[in-house]
Write a protein of this length. Structure first.
Length: 473
């Protein structure tokens, strides 16, 4: 009678034999359960072959982008300073403030007084109506005028007020700019911090969510009230974890200027009334109940009442905004968002997780798998998910079928099938990853059987032999 060779001898020899038997039983049970219940390995997902997709799936959309010319975000400073609301002007005219002669010297304004520039004259602020309110003369409109032009206007008004003959010399009028106006804007920055990463400890990625949202009121001097100086005053252009589009929301929800097919319009309606606005609505508002203003939909940063300023452009791409769009007014808000949706997800043999896409470069499926498996291998979780892909090129069985679920405009998802073995040599298989893609790594049927045999049978024998040597010693 033929007898089976002993697997191990000595003390504890029964345990290795039990392990081998358990491994064989588990393998048989695995095959039976898969055949009976229809497990995923026996019914893998399928999709459109990657090589049959349009070239748009292989066209880079991030790599060719270049930073926008910073000068487009600012404004040139004119050769002369022109007055407007908020400027403080020192005014002195003996005919207005003295006894009509030159005996009364003009007052001197010190530097420490109201933070003013040293100068002469009684301080007067240019009001919201763009006028200086001066005794005996009343409101004098000076908006858009230089200091010299304002002085000439005051001389003419004093002549008319006191009926001074033309053959007599001009009355004495002294003007000085005591303080330049500032424009107050609010800047919100919701970028991720330097350690920014989605909270994926449970998926073996490590990293910690480190948001650093900030809000700051910024006082911008005249001719520096633009997006360029607002960003410079709060940390510069968006960092690698910030959105590449800066949003400008006008005070009160009004967009003062806009760009459309017919150019810029003062009411901000881009070439016509935006969808959803009732007829006659101006600046994004319409009349509500009892004459109260009603904000038109959508009242979000994606609505037509805000300006989008891109920080990066493709070669040949138009900026898409007017020069006046970057000019900020009192109460405007500048918002820099975070790339919270700029991620791709994993499932199947890769395990559940979410991974950040690079901001300035495209990655294909091979690079995405390298990122996923590299991060997980660093924390020792790869083996817990039944193995690597075939790209690992190790002695274990690997999965070669990758399904990409990509959202269509109508909300449904397109299934794209990538053969990882072919992707190594065939560029048509190397689909570029897009935000919100879902990557599912799975075995093919033959690979599933080999992986099951390897894991439940061969590992059982190896563990049994190792245990027998340990107990034998």
């Amino acid at each position: 009678m033929t007898t089976l060779p002993a697997i191990a001898v000595g003390r504890g020899s029964a345990r290795p034999a039990v392990r081998v038997v358990k491994g064989m039983v588990c393998l048989a049970l695995l095959a039976a359960v898969c055949a009976a219940s229809g497990c995923a390995a026996m019914h893998p997902l399928s999709g459109v072959p990657a090589e049959n997709l349009a070239d748009s799936f292989r066209t880079p959309v991030r790599t060719p982008q270049r930073p926008i010319d910073p000068s487009l975000l600012g404004q040139p400073r004119p050769s002369v300073y022109r007055l407007d609301t908020g400027d403080i002007v020192g005014v002195f005219a003996p005919a207005l403030y003295g006894d009509g002669g030159l005996e009364s010297p003009p007052p001197v304004v010190a530097e420490t007084t109201l933070n003013l520039i040293p100068g002469q004259g009684f301080p007067h602020r240019v009001g919201r109506d763009g006028a200086l309110h001066i005794p005996l003369l009343g409101p004098v409109l000076v908006r858009g005028m230089t200091i010299e032009e304002t002085r000439g206007r005051l001389v003419d008004l004093i002549r008319a007020q006191y009926e001074i003959d033309e053959d007599k010399p001009d009355p004495v009028v002294t003007l000085s700019l005591l303080k330049e106006r500032t424009i107050s804007v609010v800047v919100f920055r919701n970028e991720m911090g330097p350690d920014g990463a989605l909270d994926n400890d449970a998926q073996g990625q490590g990293g910690e969510r480190f948001d650093s949202p900030t809000g700051e009121i910024v006082e911008l001097p005249a001719y520096q009230n633009d997006v360029l100086h607002a960003l410079a005053a709060t940390g510069g252009t968006p960092n690698l974890e910030g959105d590449t589009v800066v949003t400008v929301a006008r005070a009160g929800g009004l967009r003062l200027t806009g760009c459309g097919p017919n150019g810029c319009r003062p009411d901000g309606l881009m070439g016509g009334t935006p969808p959803g606005l009732p007829a006659g609505a101006i600046g994004g508002h319409s009349a509500g109940p009892a004459g109260r203003p009603m904000i038109a939909a959508p009242p979000t940063v994606d609505g037509p009442q805000v300006v989008k300023i891109p920080m990066q452009l493709l070669p040949g791409q138009a900026p898409g905004f007017c020069h006046s769009d970057v000019i900020l007014r009192d109460g405007d808000a500048v918002y820099v968002g975070s790339r919270t949706k700029d991620v791709f997800y994993t499932g199947g043999l890769l395990g559940p997780g979410s991974f950040r896409l690079p901001r300035d470069s495209d990655i294909d499926v091979l690079e995405a798998l390298a990122v996923v498996q590299g991060q997980r291998q660093n924390v020792g979780t790869t083996r817990a998910l039944t193995g690597n892909s075939v790209l690992s090129r190790d002695v274990t069985a690997g999965a070669s079928s990758l399904i990409i679920l990509r959202e269509r405009p109508d909300g449904t998802r397109l299934r794209i099938e990538v053969d990882l073995r072919d992707a190594i040599v065939d560029p048509r298989q190397r689909i570029l990853i897009r935000p919100q893609d879902y990557l599912i790594l799975q075995y093919r049927k033959g690979e599933a059987l080999v992986a099951g045999f390897e894991r439940f049978f061969i590992e059982g024998i190896v563990q049994g032999v190792a245990a027998s040597l340990t107990f034998g010693n």
